[in-house]
Each structure stands twice: as C-alpha cells, then as structure tokens.
Design a protein around this ligand. Structure first.
Ligand code: NAD
Ligand code: MN
Length: 496
C-alpha cells in the first residue's frame, strides 16, 4: 500500500527539501547568507532553512534574467520550440508529482489527497495549456489602403517578476509562469515565505526540461525584503501578483515610485453564493455551500464565504448545510482520508480565531464549529464554522477571513439578494442557484464579479479567464486573455 498515513509519514521523514535560491540555473544561498525556517503547520517540525533573499539577490537575478532575455536564448526561439521544452517540463512535474504534492502538504498544511489530485494536476494542465497555445496565436494585419501594410504584433515584455501566495503555491505560480515563459519572457518567481519549497523544487525540473539558465529564477524570502526589491526594481518590466488587496495596492505604489512597470494583481475576495428557493437541487446546493467554504481550509481567494439564502427555505436548507459542513473534519493532512488539513501557520490561525470572536461579539449566531482542533500535536487546526443571522454591518460579512468560516444572510426577493451580493469592496466570484432561466441570466449580469457560476460552485477550466472586479484586482489569469499580461503590442506601419 502506497497511499496510507504510514506511507506518507515515512516519505515525509525521508524528504530533504531544497531551501536555496535558484538563480541563473544554479541553487545558491542568499547573498547575505541569511536563512529563515520553514516549519510545517502540521506539527511545527523544521522542514528546511530557506535562503532569505533580499535586494542584493533581486539585483543578481534581474541581471541574469535580462541578459538571458537580451541574448535570445529563450525569447528568440520559435514558439513551437518553447512549447516542446515546456511540455517536457510538464512531463517532469508528472513524474515528480507525489514529491511535489508532499512538499505542498508539509509546507502549507493542505490534505495530501488534494495536493495529489487537485494541485499537481491543475499545475500541469495550466502549464500545458499555455505551452500548447503559444504556436497557435496569430498576430494581426491592419485594414489599410493598398499603399501601406500595418502589422499589429505581440512581443514579450522582457523581465517578469511573479509574487505569489501560499494557499495554492504551485497552481498560482503556474498561472503566471505558464503564459510568461510561453511568450518568451524571463521570469523571477517569488513564492510566499510561508510556502517556498515546492517552487524551489520546480526550478530544478525546469532546468532539466531544458529551460535555459537565467530564464526561470526562484527567489524565496519575505515580502518586505525581496518582494519589495523586485517591485521597486528599475529593470523589471512587469510585476504579476496574487495575494491580498492591501499588498496589491502597495505594489501599484512601488511601480509608480520606480519605473512604471506594468502591475497585474489578483487579490482578495468575499464571494457571495446565492441560493433561491427554486434551485434545481437544494441538496446539491447545500453540499456545494459547505465545500465552498471548507475546501483548502477556506484558504481560497474565491471561497464562498457569504451564503445568501431565500428566507422561505432557510430553516431546512441551513440544517442541511450545517450537516454537510460537519462532514468536513480536521485530520492529519498526511492521511489520504483527510479532507480538512492544517491552517497555514499560527498567525493565520489566530486571525481566524479573532474573526470568530468578533462574530460572536457582534451578535451572529454560531451554528457549528468555532474552536481550534487539537488534531496533531504542535499543529494548527480549526473546525469549520458557520455563523447565521449575519447582518451587512458585521465585520465577518465584510472582511476576507481566509479560513473555514461561513457567514449566512437571509433575503426575501431578487433585488435584495443582488444588493447584498454586491455589497462588498471585492468582486472575484459569485454563484446563483435557480431554475428560472431569466432570473439566472439577469442575476449573473447584475453580479459585479469576474467569475459567475450558475447552479454550481467553482466552475471553469483553463479556457475560462480568472480575475477580479473592483478591489479583487485587474487583468485575467488563465485562457488566452492571460497573454495580455506578458506581452507588449507593437504597431509596425510600412509604406509600400
Ligand atoms: P499577501 O498579500 O500577504 O502575500 C502575497 C505575496 O506577496 C507573498 O509572496 C508575500 O511575501 C508578498 N508580499 C508581502 N508584502 C510585500 C511587499 N511589501 N512587497 C512585495 N511583496 C510582498 O497574501 P497571502 O497571505 O500570501 O495570501 C492570502 C491572500 O491572497 C488573500 O487575501 C487571498 O484572497 C489572496 N489570494 C488571491 C487569489 C486570487 O487569485 N485572486 C488567489 C489566492 C490568494
Ligand atoms: Mn510553510
């Protein structure tokens, strides 16, 4: 048996994660020699001492990335050639899938089954999709008169810095590096200080696949040191980011203070999941509502953290939601049967607990959960939690918690539901459940969100663009729209 708690515990004990930065094709310590500890939220064990990169490392990496871009070792390859190398990279990720999954689980606490069956396959699909697209993207010829030829062409932007969060470390990285590399850019990836290990392992696979030295670099370290240095760097052309809205805003300031680098951000969310009495399958809706807040411990930018229920069905429906939430139980993330893993670290656990205290103080009714779970000694586990009777002025209605805490509000008609759904600074995702075709379309149009799901939660694949309205960010990851972030557009006008 290779898929048991014993097996994964044994493999975890044998693992020696790489903690050094990856610059110009080689692993190396931070220029300063400084390191920080990566500890597992499962049991607080030390996983690795990781290079604490700072502005000196950012300078070195940018210099190599620029040199690689300028000499064309990657940027000037025919797109089909880049595709072939990237598909080899995808194969290597598949070959090393279990190792990468284990790194994800140990470093950020998600269940091993999710890491293996969601994160790694999604990472592969994402990189594969971008690679396969790149030799199928045509440029444009402008509609000129006979005396001129107008070409509208996409070109790589140059050096791209990608700063990503810890909740889906490899998936978030792949959404950026896939189109960035496919377009021919040089990339510097800055993983979160809370989850650097899988990105560092990825670097060696990129090299083995044939991605040339200097084209793909990984700099672990803190946001306020190496992250800030990349964001302020005068020779980074484009900065792509997934993370919190507060940092997204700061990055836009850094760009304005430095070289006006392009900044594209995917930021926070407080996504509404709206259930009408005429939903085609209320049981399915209840299960989806539970999954929407429990999956990945609620540490999901699109978590369905606000559940809006039509009052006429609310009592029965909520009983079903609470039962469904109770099927999500914290367990050892290395156990393949576990569906709720550890919260990423103690800071985040305390943050979530703080919101639960505030919910109680402000008068919301706790229906289930609310407590820390002592699942594994030294680990950070939290019971999935449901608050009912939430009102629009409450903190837990307004702020992103990034944990397994659901806020439930009742409504009486469609107009009220839409007003509540859109009453947020965010606009990442939303869902509506109804059998009424006109209402489904009307409501979907009314929702101010980048992703709208009808009669399901979390639909879409690599063909669907992903990103936010309002303070959830700008630009789109996934789909052909993603290439806009990694290209400049040139107009070349020729007199014939
Ligand atoms: P965060 O904003 O704290 O950190 C994200 C990244 O930014 C990390 O790599 C961090 O080191 C870096 N960073 C922090 N301060 C910086 C600075 N001053 N300069 C440069 N870089 C800096 O977010 P987090 O805690 O890692 O992730 C949780 C947040 O991410 C949530 O708000 C969540 O909604 C959001 N998120 C959004 C999406 C999306 O696609 N919209 C996806 C996942 C997570
Ligand atoms: Mn970690």
């Amino acid at each position: 048996m290779t898929d048991t708690l014993e097996y994964w515990t044994q493999r975890a004990a044998e693992l020696k994660p790489e903690g050094r930065a990856f610059i110009n094709g080689d692993y190396q310590p931070a220029h300063s020699g400084e390191t920080f500890e990566s500890r597992s939220p499962i049991d607080n064990r030390l996983l690795a001492n990781v290079a604490a990169c700072d502005s000196a490392d950012a300078d070195i990496a940018v210099r190599h990335a620029r040199a690689a871009f300028n000499d064309g070792r990657w940027s000037q390859l025919p797109p089909a050639k880049r595709k072939t190398i990237m598909l080899r990279f995808v194969d290597l990720i598949k070959q090393h899938g279990d190792e990468l999954a284990l790194l994800e689980t140990l470093d950020m606490g998600k269940p091993i089954s999710d890491a293996r069956h969601v994160d790694i396959p999604a990472t592969r699909r994402s990189l594969q999709w971008s690679a396969e697209a790149i030799d199928k993207l045509y440029d444009e010829v402008a509609p000129t008169g006979p005396g001129e030829l107008g070409l509208v062409t996409r070109e790589a932007v140059g050096v791209v810095a990608a700063i990503v969060p810890w909740n889906f470390p490899l998936i978030m990285a792949s959404w950026k590096i896939g189109p960035a590399l496919a377009m021919g850019n040089s990339v510097i990836l800055k993983p979160s200080e809370k989850s650097p290990l899988s990105a560092l392992r990825l670097a060696a696979l990129a090299k083995e696949a044939g991605i040339p030295d200097g084209v793909f670099n990984v700099l672990p370290g803190f946001g306020h040191t190496v992250g800030k240095a990349l964001a302020l760097h005068m020779d980074v052309d484009t900065l792509v980011f997934t993370g919190s809205t507060a940092i997204a805003k700061q990055l836009m300031i850094y760009a304005g203070e430095s070289n006006m680098k392009r900044v594209w951000t995917e930021a926070g969310g407080k996504s509404p999941n709206v259930v009408f009495a005429d939903a085609p399958d209320l049981s399915a809706a209840a299960k989806a509502a539970a999954e929407g807040i429990c999956f990945n411990m609620g540490e999901v930018c699109t978590a369905g953290s606000r559940l809006l229920v039509e009052a006429s069905i609310a009592d029965d429906f909520m009983a079903e939601v609470v039962r469904a939430v109770q099927d999500w139980k914290p367990g050892n993330p290395l156990d393949p049967a576990t569906n709720v893993g550890a919260i990423v670290d103690e800071t985040q656990l305390k943050r979530v607990q703080g919101y639960i205290d505030t919910g109680k103080t402000q008068g919301a009714r706790l229906s289930t959960g609310g407590n820390r779970a002592d699942t594994v000694d030294g680990g950070f586990f939290m019971e999935p939690t449901v608050f009912e009777d939430v009102t629009r002025d409450m903190t837990i209605f307004k702020e992103e918690i990034f944990g397994p805490v659901l806020s439930v509000v009742r409504f009486t008609d469609e107009a009220e539901a839409l007003a509540i759904a859109n009453d947020t600074i965010y606009g990442l995702a939303a869902a509506v459940w109804t059998s009424n075709l006109s209402r489904a379309h009307r409501f979907a149009r009314g929702l101010r969100a980048g992703s709208v799901w009808v009669n399901q939660w979390d639909g879409g694949d690599m063909t669907a663009p992903f990103g936010g309205y309002k303070q959830s960010g700008n630009g789109r990851d996934k789909s052909l729209h993603a290439f806009d972030k990694y290209s400049e557009i040139k107009a070349t006008w020729i007199k014939l």
